[in-house]
Design a protein around this ligand. Structure first.
Ligand code: SF4
Length: 498
């Protein structure tokens, strides 16, 4: 176990090539690795951000997340390896103790693979000597304020390479007209409903057509998961395209687990080229959640926040991560997930702010069963002035059986179901009785959500029970989508403004 960080989850990185390293340099790298391994569980990523993460190494997180915790994190344990604490929870706690919580807002770059496995101490000293503006040792004695400011700036420059330029600022979208039907509906201010359709386990297009037929009149968009739980299905882009042709605008989920930065850029560009504009950026479930045999469990090349930052800049600044210009820019309406019940709300709100700053325009939350807990999270978000910068769609799962309620309450990280709801499902009798109770619980929650300030609508995740969505929308007297196609947009927006 290392002194400051949880133990290392995977072996240290090694340089891709060593022919440019002298023997003394290699010896120094081995020395640095020994010290940093003992102190920080360092993986020798060569892109050190310890300054920002309260001196807990983020690369000890099994997913290698560099911008905050994942949706399944809890104060007690890591969702991937319950025998260890959540690295990011420790980072938040340590940063709070040190009064440096605000520094966690800066959006950190993904790793530059050319630096992986290399020493950083000599490199840091060399850069310090090259940088004329300090921090100067004399200022430490004579002008501490200047020294501290120079110190911060120096490490900021080290952390933020020219190709990334991450910061802690909000970057509003630079376009005016809505990019998608979903965005247009959200802008009307009317309560919006979206729903999830599970991509088929086969090539059966007719399954998507059938479900689109059920939902068409009722939802503004349909989400397609992207190999959720690390389990293969029809791809999210293909499902989205079929859905669009069948008549509902899709939200294509794009997860980072199975993709490098190159594939993320390429897939997002491809989707926009096909006319799929709503993209929900996710870090993704760890490989260990999938069926056996497990794929090579490596850390993720990017996390959801880095994806948002990169895709927003492709859209608004017209450039790839490597700096090449994009002549015809992609149009994305970018979304992200939020987990109101994972870590304490103050930490989850910080992560939400980071996602919004990076580029998230709409948020779909984990399913809400604990309304009071959800309000706490909303209040924490409101305290950070986030609710007027993003559309929040509250997650809703109609429970189909008592078994499903137990499974979610006991097994699914980031989901909280109060005992009272589990008890109601247990006492609801046979299969039909349980389904009716599940619908009643969902309708009670919709009533509360409709009256909740800061909520733009709801996202229904009735996996393998999509047919229930029309009944919920009708019974709760929710409005139908105001905008069906972008062509009809102008009159509706004028009406909404009036
Ligand atoms: S819970 Fe998530 S964020 Fe925390 S250490 Fe595990 S994988 Fe990383």
């Amino acid at each position: 176990m290392s002194v400051f960080s949880p133990r290392r989850y995977q072996l240290p990185f090694h340089p891709v090539r060593r022919d440019d390293e002298s023997l003394p340099e290699r010896a120094f790298t081995a020395f640095e690795q020994t010290i940093k391994g003992a102190l920080f569980g360092c993986r020798m990523c060569g892109n050190c951000i310890l300054q920002e993460t309260a001196f807990v190494c983020p690369m000890t997180c099994p997913k290698g997340l560099r911008n905050g915790l994942c949706g399944g994190a809890s104060p007690d344990r890591c969702e991937v390896d319950p025998s260890r604490p959540c690295t990011w929870h420790q980072i938040y706690e340590r940063a709070e103790e040190m009064g440096r919580l605000g520094s966690l807002l800066e959006i950190n770059a993904p790793i530059d693979g050319n630096r992986a496995g290399r020493e950083t101490w000599i490199d840091t000293v060399q850069k310090w000597r090259e940088w004329d503006e300090g921090p100067r040792p004399l200022d430490f004695l004579l002008n501490r304020e200047k020294f501290d400011a120079d110190w911060e700036q120096f490490f900021y420059n080290l952390r933020q390479p020219d190709w990334w330029e991450g910061d802690a600022e909000y970057h509003p979208p630079t376009y005016e007209q809505p990019i998608s039907v979903l965005e247009a509906n959200l802008r009307t201010g009317q309560f919006v409903t979206t729903a999830e359709i599970a991509p088929p386990l086969s090539v059966a297009q007719h399954v998507i057509h059938k479900k689109v037929g059920w939902l068409q009149e009722y939802v503004s968009a349909a989400n397609f998961t992207d190999n959720a739980s690390a389990s293969p299905r029809m791809g999210s882009m293909a499902s989205s395209k079929i859905c669009m042709e069948a008549g509902i605008e899709p939200v294509m989920q794009l997860q980072a687990r199975d993709r490098t930065r190159v594939v993320i850029e390429s897939d997002a560009m491809g989707a926009a080229g096909l006319g799929i504009h709503n993209i929900l950026c996710l870090s993704g479930d760890h490989q260990s959640f999938g069926p056996s045999p497990m794929p090579t469990p490596d850390q993720f090349d990017m996390d959801a926040i880095q994806m948002l930052w990169m895709l927003r800049r492709m859209r608004d600044e017209g450039r790839y991560l490597d700096g090449r210009n994009i002549k015809h820019r992609p149009e994305f309406f970018l979304g992200a997930a939020a987990s109101p019940f994972g870590a304490p709300p103050k930490y989850e709100a910080l992560r939400l702010e980071k996602k919004i700053n990076a580029g998230a325009q709409f948020i779909q939350t984990q399913p809400i069963f604990d309304y009071d807990g959800f309000r706490e999270w909303l209040e924490a978000a409101d305290k950070r002035n986030l609710l007027d910068k993003v559309y929040v769609l509250a997650g809703l799962i109609p429970l189909k059986s008592a078994r499903a309620a137990h499974f979610m309450a006991e097994e699914v990280p980031g989901v909280v179901i109060p005992d009272e709801i589990v008890r109601r499902m247990d006492e609801a009798g046979d299969k039909e009785g349980q389904q009716e109770e599940g619908v009643a619980i969902a309708l009670e929650m919709i009533e509360k959500l409709k009256a909740t300030p800061g909520i733009a609508g709801m996202h229904v995740m009735a996996v393998h029970w999509e047919a229930i969505v029309p009944r919920l929308v009708e019974a709760a007297q929710l409005p139908r989508p105001a905008v069906q196609t972008l062509r009809e947009l102008e009159p509706v927006m004028v009406e909404a403004r009036e």
